[in-house]
Design a binder for this molecule. Sequence first.
Ligand SMILES: Cc1cc2nc3c(=O)[nH]c(=O)nc-3n(C[C@H](O)[C@H](O)[C@H](O)COP(=O)(O)OP(=O)(O)OC[C@H]3O[C@@H](n4cnc5c(N)ncnc54)[C@H](O)[C@@H]3O)c2cc1C
Length: 490
Amino acid sequence: MAKQSYDAIVIGAGFGGAACAGLLAKHGLSVLLLDKNAKAGGKAMAFSKKGFTYTAWMVCSAPTDGNVLEAVLKELEMEDRVTLVAPGIQGSRFKNSKGEWPISPQDKTPDPNKIFDWLEVPEADRADALQVLADLTMMSPDEIAKLDDISFAEWLGRYKINKNLYSFLIGPVSDGCFMVPVDALAASEAVGTIQQVFLRGGGVFAHGGIGRVAETYADAVKENGGRVIMRCRVEKITVEDGKVTGVITSKGTFKAPIVVSNAGIQPTVLKLVGEQHFDQGYVNYVKGLLPSIAMVGVRYFTNKVVIKDVPYGTIFTPDTPMNMAKWMKAKTGAIPDEITVWYEVPSNYDPNAAPPGKQVIVTGIWAPCDPKRTKKDHQPWWDKVDEMMFKVFPDLPNAIEWKEGYSSRDVSNLTRDQVLPGIGGECIGLGQIVGQAGGRKPPTTAPIQGLFFVGCDAGGTGIGIQQATDSGVKVARMVERYHAMRQAII
Ligand SMILES: Cc1cc2nc3c(=O)[nH]c(=O)nc-3n(C[C@H](O)[C@H](O)[C@H](O)COP(=O)(O)OP(=O)(O)OC[C@H]3O[C@@H](n4cnc5c(N)ncnc54)[C@H](O)[C@@H]3O)c2cc1C
């Protein structure tokens, strides 16, 4: 009979959960990893269909040097299992004053003057432009830590910034990395993370889809003596006398004195454990935490090569950067005429990602989080993606063999359950907003003995999967110490 008791149970094989479980198993704990999906990867799962392989939606990792995804693969001694690639080029398109969409400079080492030329930053504005870029890039960790309580918009407001440069810093960079309006985004998270990207590069992908990395972390659990059960939904985390005792799942009951949840703080507290096990103050705190904005988009499967060479890019204009006021209008139905679009072309970094001469292009734009939104609600957002993509890539409409829209409901189905109104289909997890970022991030420990949170909601910094994996590493270290102390004391 299969084992029913473990040192630690990890719920969820997203990047955070799978990295944490893999590391715990590698370091000698007996680990059970459970996920409701058929394979690991969560919000960045790899898919394949009719000869195409791709990530569920546009997922581009950064930084290139010192990427934590790779560091974990190395620690697991599995770096040869996944081919990580960083082509070093991208194809962002900026709408210039002539209404054209020139491509970003193609140099692997960015030259600010070429970027200013592309963005039509006049000579007179360039000294100020260099000043803001230099301050952003050179700020020390101590200075960054002082920026938890101001928004990135407030920090940028200290500078005189040319409008087109501002649209670049917000549109492709901050709006895409954090999925939070610039006037809510904590300046500490923004500066720290953007600094990493500027100094250490961006645009990391994996052959077969980035989800291959999380699948490999899950394999590490099995290969180090642990157990992985997929298609296994956790219904309840059991608690006795203020301590976790295990989980009840669709495939049986399992025991452990440590449970690490990658299912999201809100679903874990409000649904899997249940409010009755926490004091009201903590429940109110958890209910009040706010997620990032969602991303929805269209996957285009084409019968010819439409986008040459570049693995990814952003389409933006001087007017597309988001802020709270613009987002409120968009959310209630007034989608702006032009909106920032992110796109990825897997076959431009992985030769086997599409049948010869064909492409899959995955795209995304900001959209509301509510998983209850219907196809009809999403249609205008998908139409907006078409409109933007067709303007910039006029060959695309006639090359489409078929296309699929994905929604915040799809994101929620693949990842976290809806437990609060309007929330569940978010892109990242809890937003990196003022009050929830830097030193004010939600804790990785719950006020119940043996219960930990891992993933984008707690413990990590950086962009999306980087943040989730960073959390996986930090929570694994914390759990190992807790486990060792329990062994030493009890
Ligand atoms: C459209 C979109 C675009 C994105 N683009 C980027 C990008 O360009 N770059 C980037 O770095 N990041 C990007 N991200 C964000 C990134 O994918 C996420 O931040 C990251 O993958 C989250 O990882 P996580 O560990 O927090 O957990 P999640 O991915 O949320 O995984 C949670 C896991 O827990 C499982 N689970 C939940 N509840 C249960 C339960 N009750 N029982 C069993 N299992 C359960 C789920 O099935 C899932 O596998 C994007 C996300 C989306 C949605």
